[in-house]
Ligand binder design. Structure first.
Ligand code: GDP
Ligand code: MG
Length: 598
């Protein structure tokens, strides 16, 4: 395709504002899909994505659109992941485009992710086309949202397209705007090949599929290419694009987006942001902006049934084939036996993997307290260690200092909820950096320790603001803190999987919360169970689960034999999902639930 007939764009939006619905509409309108095929959302193709309504892996679709000028254009629509955990993938997708559709919900207006994404889009020099979606809703206020886009973002919204992705309003206008407003890509067909690796995933039939954006030169079937960051060479055996069905091509020229396969078995070898060049006539330098993504949240995953260990290993290895951004290594715990220490990009990423293991691989798992990575400076020139697991904390007198990762968070919230959100940030050791008001909304910028955010901050934020607050963050480095290891003792025995690193100033509140929740979560036994939180040898909080009366079933269910049997069966089933600690059974939900700070 000649450069001037190509348009590469992505859709940026706050979650739920209609990005996927609009993408599907655009595919349908340009003939990529039949009405029947439209009944399923195409771009979000994993079950979990659909259920949670988020896009995890970016997908790109090539559309053929005949515009009102009579010319046929190739439009490459790139769907970007929609969650803060996947920020780097978003940045690479944006770097592969010249423009973006900014989708804003006509009833919700501009939200934190809208802002974060739009600023990134502006950083990539995108031409931005505002689209006000969901104008079919009774609560739609398109004029107000237009004003917001102008005031808050500073974009001209006078020509914003008013649309309803759901009812198909404004779709033709959006396609025309893409052709007229978004610039064609630039590139040099005669220069050595330079292509950006935008995304990669594992396909059971094709092996690793690599999504690329060609900058200069041509990428051909049969070509030997060098991955400049990885330093590897691969023979390209397929070139193609998605319409959204796979279409094989002979080559991809400058400005084009498509996929290749090159008999690569492991996604870890095809890292997002890498530069592909011709092995025989290489480019002088790689594309800028390559970053190695590092997991930030770590936890242990253990099978409830120790016999499932091998199955867990196989399942994790399979998932890892498709997601190089999580890490795992074997871990043994005195109480939990054999399992894996796994690293994730964030808590959502953790939950997705955990859910897939449970659902797709039918595993019952215990997830230990998630933790960020602490940097520990040892005394007597002992150097520095990265602590991924609170259980591995060195003896306190070997520790010179402990540092923890911090983030900068941008929170966007209607005025009426601001007070409680500011309090939440204070409680989590936040440092306010900025606070501005625009049209009944506040935008607060805070620096916060990542540790205070990873567990339930987002949930708390949503519930305190009845769902209206939104939040986005990035890491800003390590800072020293007064951090200590808090152990949890159940029936006088420390439960490693529940130990965590906490700030001394908040330890007591956290310890009390943990003990209270564990009291609710651990069923009664025939004896009294003390639950304690301790720092070093010092108990800072305690609760006691009183003993169960032996005749509990007899009392409650008197003569009703079936109900009594059901209850006993239920108890038996429940038992399979518990771990024994000494003589105490702890249900698996307890391990994560106890961490929700309430
Ligand atoms: P995404 O998270 O931005 O990809 O949003 P989705 O496309 O998944 O849409 C979120 C929800 O909004 C879904 O329930 C859609 O059916 C709904 N939705 C999307 N576009 C419209 C629209 O134009 N009007 C209405 N009423 N609902 C819409
Ligand atoms: Mg979506």
């Amino acid at each position: 395709t000649p450069l001037d007939k190509i348009r590469n764009f992505s859709i940026i939006a706050h979650i739920d504002h209609g990005k996927s619905t609009l993408a599907d509409r655009l595919i349908q309108a340009t003939g990529g899909l039949s009405d029947r095929e439209m009944s399923e959302q195409v771009l979000d193709n994993m079950e979990i994505e659909k259920e949670r309504g988020i896009t995890i892996k970016a997908q790109t679709v090539r559309l053929a659109y005949t515009a009102s000028d009579g010319e046929t254009y190739t439009l490459n629509l790139m769907d970007t992941p929609g969650h803060v955990d996947f920020a780097y993938e978003v940045s690479r997708s944006l770097a592969a485009c010249e423009g973006a559709l900014l989708v804003v919900d006509a009833a919700q207006g501009v939200e934190a992710q809208t802002l974060a994404n739009v600023y990134q889009s502006i950083e990539h020099d995108h031409e931005i086309v505002p689209v006000i979606n969901k104008i079919d809703l009774p609560a739609a206020e398109p004029e107000k949202v237009k004003a917001e886009i102008e005031d808050v973002i500073g974009l001209d919204a006078s020509e914003a397209v008013l649309a309803s992705a759901k009812s198909g309003i404004g779709i033709a206008e959006i396609l025309e705007a893409v052709v007229r407003k978004i610039p064609a890509p630039r590139g040099d067909a005669t220069a050595p090949l330079k292509a950006m690796l935008v995304d990669s995933w594992y396909d059971p039939y094709l092996g690793v599929v690599i999504l690329v954006r060609v900058i200069d030169g041509t990428l051909k079937k049969g070509q030997l290419v060098t991955f400049m960051q990885a330093g590897t060479q691969h023979l390209v055996d397929r070139v193609g694009c998605f319409r959204p069905k796979i279409e094989q091509l002979t080559d991809l020229g400058p400005g084009e987006i498509g996929f290749i396969t090159a008999q690569i078995k492991d996604v870890a070898m095809a890292r997002v942001g890498d530069t592909l060049t011709d092995a025989k006539r290489p480019a002088a330098e790689a594309l800028p902006g390559f970053k190695e993504v590092q997991p930030v949240v770590f936890c242990g995953l253990f099978p409830v049934d120790a016999n499932d260990f091998e199955k867990l290993r196989e399942s994790i290895s399979k998932l890892r084939l498709n997601d190089a951004s999580f890490s795992f290594e074997m871990e043994t715990s005195a109480a939990l036996g054999f399992g894996f220490r796994c690293g994730f990009l964030g808590l959502l990423h953790l939950e997705i993997i955990q859910e897939r293991l449970t659902r797709e691989y039918d595993l019952d798992l215990i997830t230990t307290a998630p933790s960020v990575v602490y940097q520990i400076q040892l005394t007597h020139g002992g150097g520095q260690i990265d602590l991924h697991n609170p259980a591995d904390m060195p003896d306190p007198n070997r520790i010179e200092s402990i540092s923890e990762p911090w983030i900068e968070a941008t929170i966007y919230v209607p005025d009426e909820y601001l007070g409680s959100i500011l309090k939440l940030c204070q409680d989590r050791r936040g440092i306010q950096k900025n606070l501005t008001y625009v049209g009944g909304r506040a935008q607060a910028t805070y620096e916060l320790p990542l540790n205070e955010v990873v567990f339930d901050f987002y949930d708390r934020l949503k519930s305190l603001s009845k769902g209206y607050a939104s939040f986005d963050y990035h890491q800003i480095g390590y800072r020293e803190g007064d951090l200590v290891k808090m152990s949890i003792l159940v029936n006088e025995e420390p439960v490693d999987a529940l130990s965590m690193i906490v700030h001394r100033g908040t330890a007591e509140v956290r310890g009390r919360g943990m003990c209270e929740r564990l009291k609710e979560l651990i069923p009664r036994h025939l004896f009294k169970i003390p639950i304690q939180a301790a720092i070093g040898g010092k108990v800072i909080a305690r609760e006691t689960i009183s003993a169960m009366r032996k005749d509990v079933t007899a009392k409650c269910y008197g003569g009703d034999a079936t109900r009594k049997r059901k209850l006993l069966e239920k108890q038996k089933k429940g038992k399979a999902k518990m771990r024994e600690y000494g003589s105490v059974s702890i249900p698996q939900e307890a391990f994560i639930a106890a961490l929700r700070m309430g």
